[in-house]
Design a protein around this ligand. Structure first.
Ligand SMILES: NC(=O)c1ccc[n+]([C@@H]2O[C@H](COP(=O)([O-])OP(=O)(O)OC[C@H]3O[C@@H](n4cnc5c(N)ncnc54)[C@H](OP(=O)(O)O)[C@@H]3O)[C@@H](O)[C@H]2O)c1
Length: 264
């Protein structure tokens, strides 16, 4: 943990911290001594996690209940963020999956995905960056997906995650030498509630990971200042080969077998 810029304890802000990967970021960062600001819609979940982490790791944890796809909620979070005296880490993690064919999904759902994955993430980065630059350091983790690296199913979901990948890569370039690190975290299948409201992919067990492994990989990669983090060897191989015109048709056929069938 970097406290060098200030004697004030370092803080990490995590969106979508009420379950899954976000809750695990909260757990691992609290274990490293970070004070936390946790954001999501389910306040009971956030409060339960906050009191567990405060007791276990003796760190301050603040909870903000907000639907980040709604501009007034997002702006409420932004006004709190800019007041934080030593925000060292922002994790843009809040997200949800879409299932079905593009034209069959309600347009409002496409809009919500774009608002949450893209607009909320960009807004929060824009809010935290001046403070990080003034302090000479900080880290921004944008939770994207393998779907943001390789275009398979889930048109809008993949496109919003591809935005986060490109955004992170370019921002990383722009910030070289500033002390601020940027990462796009691109997991494959992870056992979380993300899959509980939709048909689960029928992929073999070796293609699944846990939130604990994904977050450990992300934080280790951050130390090495690498902008793209793909946890797991199988996914690193797919990411490396997947855009090749020779390999992509094979991956695309495999995905047709693995991913949930869409209603015709
Ligand atoms: N699980 C996977 O296989 C997988 C793979 C690749 C990438 N990802 C990405 O990982 C991230 C975390 O997902 P997860 O797997 O941990 O699933 P999860 O357990 O369902 O967690 C999603 C989190 O996002 C929050 N969230 C959803 N909509 C929100 C909104 N409108 N405003 C504020 N918070 C909202 C949820 O909290 P509330 O419901 O309390 O608001 C929850 O804390 C997502 O961005 C997802 O796209 C997941």
């Amino acid at each position: 943990m970097d406290n060098s810029s200030s004697q004030i304890p370092s803080t990490a802000l995590i969106t979508g911290a009420s379950s899954g990967i976000g809750a695990e970021f909260a757990n691992q960062l609290a274990a490293q001594g970070y004070g936390l600001v946790l954001v999501a819609r389910r306040e009971d979940r956030l409060k339960g996690l906050a009191s567990d982490l405060e007791i276990k790791f003796q760190v301050p944890v603040e909870v903000i209940m907000a639907d980040l796809s709604q501009v007034p909620h997002l702006e409420r979070v932004v006004s709190r963020v800019v007041e934080l005296p030593n925000l060292q880490i922002l994790v843009n993690n809040a997200g949800f999956g879409l299932s079905g064919k593009f034209e069959q999904i309600d347009m409002r759902i496409h809009e919500l995905a774009i608002q949450l994955h893209v607009l909320a993430s960009v807004r929060l980065v824009h809010a935290v960056l001046p403070g990080m630059l003034a302090r000479g350091g900080g880290s921004i983790i944008n939770v994207a997906s393998m779907a943001g690296l390789i275009p398979l199913r889930n048109v809008t979901y993949g496109a919003t995650k591809a935005y986060l990948v490109h955004f992170s890569r370019t921002l990383h370039q722009e910030l070289l030498g500033s002390g601020v690190r940027v990462q796009a975290l691109c997991p494959g299948f992870v056992y979380t509630e993300f899959h509980s409201s939709r048909p689960a992919p029928r992929s073999p067990r070796f293609m699944w990971s846990t939130a604990e492994r994904v977050v450990s990989a992300s934080l280790a990669t951050l130390e090495r200042d690498r902008v793209i983090c793909v946890p797991g060897r199988i996914y690193r191989l797919i990411a490396a080969l997947g855009t090749s015109p020779l390999i992509f048709p094979l991956i695309s056929s495999a995905a047709r077998l693995i991913l949930p069938r869409r209603p015709s």
